[in-house]
Design a protein around this ligand. Structure first.
Ligand SMILES: [Zn+2]
Length: 52
C-alpha cells in the first residue's frame, strides 16, 4: 500500500496533452514535434483548431 493507486484520477498529466497527438484514424502516437497530419496514414490531426 505504498502507491496511492486505486482512485481514478492520476497525476500523470492531462490526457488531452497527448490526445491531440494521437491519430484519430490509425491511432498512431506522433512523437517529437506535433504535425498537422499523421505521418502514417496522412489523416489530419485534431490539433490547433484556430490555425488553418
Ligand atoms: Zn494515422
Amino acid at each position: 500500500m505504498e502507491s496511492g493507486e486505486g482512485g481514478g484520477q492520476t497525476s500523470a498529466g492531462d490526457p488531452v496533452c497527448w490526445l491531440s497527438r494521437v491519430c484519430p484514424e490509425c491511432g498512431l502516437l506522433a512523437e517529437g514535434p506535433v504535425r498537422a497530419v499523421c505521418s502514417r496514414c496522412g489523416a489530419e490531426m485534431p490539433d490547433r483548431e484556430g490555425e488553418r
